[in-house]
Design a protein around this ligand. Structure first.
Ligand SMILES: [Zn+2]
Length: 411
């Protein structure tokens, strides 16, 4: 038999970007100026988009050469906002092309596809607009624990100075100490917001000299590591089943107060899962960092097709945020300099980690793994996690030796 080639999705550690969300509290006249600015920038974007589409110009450089002067003159934009508008439109066309290319808009010639590719992209009058440091600067007071700051921002009505903003003190601390790459101005549900993108400090990669921690994700056990630690899903699954029963009762009522309550419960359930995922990821990454190991997690595409379950478990699987946990681990690993790889999950639960014998019957039950060849007996998820760890080692070997032929493991 052969074990499939291990695939990798993410194996690089670079700089990590973080987005900080801040509430803007403009006065009425400041709000009017912000509103006019978003309007002008998006009218400019829609106009430019139509012009680019008509002349079949899609690259940023060409758009700049042809339309920069006109965009500024027509819409009263200063240099930086005009450049940002051109960038925004060119980026929108680039991602549209990428989507069409990837088949995101169905087959060539289909009505949807020709509709998307055939008409110019339009921008909502209040769509988000990016600002760079020249057009938006921050004044953040130096008091730890403070929540207020001010920004000065370019608008079509002139520069607004010292507009009040409100943020979590932790977020303000980040903005005070890190370099802010760019900031999006957003108007949503009557609220003004700034989304600031900051660069996290470059972290040094920890070479996985002691191998990998393998993580097996599941329903009965949310996460099992190759070290043998397990997080049971029992508490979470019980909570979810209770929420589901409550939801059914509320759904039957159909009143607006029931709808509100439903929404609240759903949010609460998401927060509950979020907290659990957050804690699991933190623990796994800390352990890998301490022991100078990388982390290997199975690639989860197609988990619904792969897992066959009894009925009561099905509901829990569909609502459980597997992808979220994988994403948290990847993100936290990257931020800590821990190497993270995705590996192919095929046969990890049927393969004996001790002698590599693959047989469906090796997995005797949900919990018990018993090898039909060497006689190894152990916890099924733990065995799978050890297999994932060794695939992580193999994968890392391939990634760090780019010119070596990929190894096809057979036994
Ligand atoms: Zn064996």
């Amino acid at each position: 038999m052969n074990i499939q080639l291990v695939s990798v999705l993410a194996a690089s550690v670079g700089s990590v970007r973080q987005v900080i969300k801040v509430r803007v509290l403009p006065t009425d006249s400041e709000a009017a100026a912000l509103d006019a600015t978003l309007n002008a920038c998006n009218s400019a974007a829609s106009w430019l988009s139509a012009a680019m589409h008509k002349q079949r110009i899609h690259r940023k450089y060409d758009a700049h050469r042809h339309f920069y002067t006109e965009v500024r003159a027509r819409f009263g934009l200063s240099a930086q906002p005009a450049i940002r508008v051109i960038g925004k439109v060119a980026d929108a066309y680039a991602s549209l092309r990428a989507n069409v290319h990837a088949g995101g808009y169905r087959a060539p010639g289909s009505p949807r596809r020709s509709g998307m590719a055939g008409a110019p992209i339009r921008f909502r009058h209040d769509a988000a607009q990016p600002f760079d440091a020249r057009c938006l600067s921050w004044q953040i007071p130096n008091d730890v624990g403070g929540r207020e700051a001010t920004v000065s921002i370019w608008t079509t009505h002139g520069r607004l100075k010292r507009v009040r903003v409100l943020a979590a003190s932790r977020d303000l601390a980040v903005l005070r100490t890190r370099k802010i790459a760019e900031t999006d101005l957003i108007h949503r549900d009557g609220k003004w917001l700034l989304y600031a993108t900051v660069k996290a400090p470059q972290v040094t990669r920890i070479n996985p000299v002691n191998g990998f921690v393998g993580v097996d994700l599941g329903i009965v056990n949310i996460a099992t590591t190759s070290d043998g630690s397990r997080v049971s899903g029992e508490r979470l699954n019980r909570y979810r089943r209770r929420q589901q029963r409550l939801r059914k009762r509320l759904q039957a009522k159909k009143s607006s107060s029931a709808r509100r309550l439903l929404k609240k419960r759903r949010r609460k359930e998401q927060r509950f899962a979020f907290d659990i995922n957050h804690r699991i990821a933190k623990r796994i990454v800390a352990e890998a960092q301490r022991t100078e190991r990388g982390i290997a997690v199975e690639q989860l595409t197609g988990i619904r097709e792969r897992v066959r379950l009894r009925k009561p478990q099905r509901a829990t699987l569909h609502s459980w945020a597997f992808a979220q946990l994988g994403g948290f681990i990847a993100y936290k690993a990257q931020a800590a300099g821990v190497v993270f790889v995705h590996v192919d999950p095929a046969y990890t639960s049927q393969t004996c980690h001790a002698c590599r014998w693959v047989d469906k019957r090796n997995r005797r039950s949900q919990e018990v793994f018993e090898c039909g060849r060497c006689g190894f007996v152990g916890h099924a998820d733990h065995n799978a996690a050890i297999n994932i760890a060794s695939r992580g080692v193999e994968r890392w070997g391939e990634v760090t030796r780019p010119h070596a032929a990929p190894t096809l493991t057979a036994s």
